[in-house]
Design a protein around this ligand. Structure first.
Ligand SMILES: Cc1ncc(COP(=O)(O)O)c(C=O)c1O
Length: 384
């Protein structure tokens, strides 16, 4: 079993117990170096090598296609963030009055707001409360022949529940609906195959488990679906030869670039490329196993603590990198602040504490966190 606890590759572990990868990750060394190279290039050469940057942009689309097990780099669109990709989908599909969109009620707002906005066009918006035991069935029960789209986050940001995408996607397709997955809490933690799953859209930003800078995102779309979508945001940069400003023919391409508008985030292109290359080199299966070993350890330890109520399922198949819990009789915000004063970084989501290590998080850092959960001093300081 490869060992990833390497402070040269992941320098953040020298100073912090960073157990908050579901929020924003520190950059690994190759990403930092890619950022430094890009700064140095600008310092010494400006944009004189812009052709190379565009080649890197194409290389990133190919890297992402491989990473997502996609048929073609043409299925990739480079965008700013998850929200932008979800809005491209919401505004690009054509809707009729009475069409339905089904999604979990407690999603991160990125995966709520674009769908709620469709109500103004007569779309029936169906947010679904997910039960702990059968979240897929809860969603499926709301799919009808009028459902046009089912949209979920692969891993729920506030409970850590990993949904069975195969089950939901099949049910959506059987009903003639499209299936969209917000994978920002999954990619970089666990692998996802667009070839094997019944999905039509997979969208993500870069700054969580992928460990690249903020402000860069991407979308994978199924060709047959994409080609039917309108281009809500026409832009010069979607064309193969974007610097040909004298063209007279402006028919949008049918590739994923049809959703790209203006100037590309070249800093994001260079740094995300380095992040994906690193993850591919380390091995997505190996890193996934290392992460699940860590969250196994966290859920096992927390479930032994009598005061702790675990919100994330104990089964491996039901979670990825996020574990959420409550400590009865305490204030979660207070606990998060207490831990942060000792450089142990977790998050509060609602009344819950959310802990999200990565595959390289040293086990002793996880144990240092676990030892603090029932520490008498903080329990009395944070009594609710
Ligand atoms: C499930 C989920 N989707 C999306 C986002 C972020 O969206 P964006 O990339 O638009 O900032 C988050 C967290 O920030 C999230 O947890």
């Amino acid at each position: 079993m490869p060992e990833f606890e390497n402070n040269t590759l992941f320098p953040v572990i020298d100073r912090h117990h960073w157990l908050n990868h579901a929020a924003i990750s520190a950059w690994p060394k190759p990403v930092i170096e890619a950022a430094q190279r890009f700064v140095s290039e600008n310092q010494h050469h400006g944009a004189t090598h812009y052709d190379d940057w565009m080649a890197q942009e194409d290389a990133l689309r190919r890297l992402l296609a491989t990473f997502l097990d996609a048929a073609s780099a043409e299925d990739i669109s480079l965008v700013r963030n998850t929200s932008e990709a979800l809005n491209i989908i919401a505004t690009g599909l054509s809707w009729s009055t009475g069409d339905e969109v089904v999604f979990p009620a407690n999603e991160f707002p990125s995966n709520l707001l674009p769908w709620h906005a469709l109500a103004a066009q007569g779309v029936v918006v169906k947010p679904v409360e997910l039960s702990k035991d059968a979240p897929e069935q809860d969603l499926i029960a709301h799919i009808t022949p009028r459902t046009r789209l089912v949209s979920v986050s692969a891993v729920q940001f506030d409970t850590g529940v990993r949904l069975n995408l195969d089950t939901i996607g099949r049910a959506a397709h059987e009903a003639g609906a499209l299936f969209c997955v917000d994978a920002i809490q999954m990619l970089g933690a666990l692998p996802l195959s667009t070839s094997k799953l019944p999905v039509d859209f997979v969208v993500s930003g870069s700054h969580k488990w992928l460990m690249a800078p903020e402000g860069m995102g991407f979308m994978w779309s199924r060709q047959s679906v994409r080609e039917q979508m309108s281009v809500a945001l026409p832009g010069w940069r979607m064309y193969d030869d974007p610097f040909n400003f004298n063209r007279t023919e402006w028919t949008p391409p049918l590739t994923g670039r049809r959703f790209e508008t203006g100037t590309v985030n070249m800093f994001g292109v260079h740094t995300l490329s380095a992040a994906i290359q690193l993850l591919q080199a380390l091995g997505p299966m190996e890193t996934a196993t290392a992460l699940l070993d860590r969250t196994d350890h966290v859920v096992d330890a927390l479930s032994q603590m009598t005061q702790v109520q675990l919100l994330t399922p104990r089964e491996r198949a039901r979670r990825a990198g996020i574990v959420c819990f409550q400590v009865q009789g305490t204030d979660a915000e207070c606990m998060v602040n207490q831990l942060a004063s000792d450089q142990i970084h977790v998050a509060r989501r609602g009344h819950n504490v959310r802990v999200s290590p990565h595959f390289f998080t040293p086990k002793e850092q996880i144990d240092a966190f676990l030892n603090r959960v029932t520490d008498a001093q903080w329990l009395s300081a944070c009594a609710a």
